[in-house]
Design a protein around this ligand. Structure first.
Ligand code: ZN
Length: 280
């Protein structure tokens, strides 16, 4: 693919990110690998919805500007880290989609086994620790997850996706925001049925059948291992869908002995008063 058409593709992806409100003002950045040691990158301080092909910068893999009138993105360091860690990646997209970013602000990763298609494509979407934007803290924060994941949340900041080409990286950003939206609705409804671990393993086998390339396998058991993905999926005992603990604490499923209960201050005070009265 020619560099000219890649410039046009970055403009198009920028327009879509802005149109879907995944970025506001000058937020977000996009880059594409155009040669072993050359990147095409969005410039600093431009709205992604109003870019033109001539605005893009060419840099090397150390972030040094090779061509272009403008300076490279302020998040160039994060992009460079991805390309260094992942030779298979040819495009990086960073944006602040509001629902996924809400999860990132709440400190909640999107790692529950709830959507079959997300499990077969992205697997889990972890949450990288908070880092000051545009500093070398950000590449450090993503380092832990980028080897095994094509998409992640950035705590109190936004989301990052990568792909073998620009559109696949962009579509993963759409998938993350869509997944976050569905997760939010399910949690507001007070119930989330999780896909059992056995079913997760079956879905993972489908990756091969459909030729989906994931950077790392979903591990059979949750472990803190940077070479695999971890999803929250309960053991099924023959069941494929299992009501989550949220449903249990809402009283829709009989609670187990160690289940959490919630009382208002008034209810708790009344219980204590009752107890004191019965002691007298
Ligand atoms: Zn950002």
């Amino acid at each position: 693919m020619s560099v000219e058409s890649l410039r046009a593709d970055i403009v198009e992806v920028g327009r879509r990110l802005y149109a879907r409100a995944y970025t506001a003002s000058n937020d977000g950045n996009i880059s594409v690998r155009i040669a072993a040691d050359r990147l095409l990158m969005t410039p600093k301080s431009v709205c992604k919805g109003f870019m033109t092909p001539d605005m893009m910068c060419v840099t090397d893999l150390n972030g040094k500007k090779i061509a272009g009138d403008r300076d490279p993105s302020s998040e160039a360091l994060m992009h460079l880290e991805v390309y260094r860690q992942r030779p298979d990646v040819n495009a990086v997209v960073h944006a602040h989609p509001p629902i996924a970013t809400g999860f990132a602000v709440a400190g909640i990763p999107l790692d529950r086994a709830v959507l079959a298609e997300v499990l077969t494509t992205l697997g889990s979407i972890p949450l990288a620790e908070y880092a000051t934007p545009s500093t070398s803290e950000l590449p450090e924060a993503i380092r832990k997850y980028i080897k095994a994941h094509d998409g992640m949340l950035l705590a109190n900041h936004g989301a990052l996706t990568v792909g073998t080409d620009l559109f696949s990286a962009y579509y993963k950003m759409e998938t993350i925001e869509h997944f976050a939206h569905i997760s939010l609705v399910a949690r507001m409804l007070g119930r989330e049925n999780l896909i059992s671990r056995e079913e997760v393993m079956r879905l993972q086998e489908l990756r091969g059948t459909y030729g989906i390339k994931a950077p790392a396998p979903i591990c059979a058991d949750p472990v803190d291992d940077p070479t695999c993905q971890t999803v929250q999926a309960p053991q099924g005992d023959g069941q494929r869908l299992i009501p989550d603990v949220i449903a249990r604490s809402a009283g829709r499923v009989p609670p187990s002995d160690d289940a959490e209960i919630r009382l208002t201050y008034r209810e708790l005070s009344a219980l204590i008063e009752d107890a004191i009265r019965s002691l007298k």
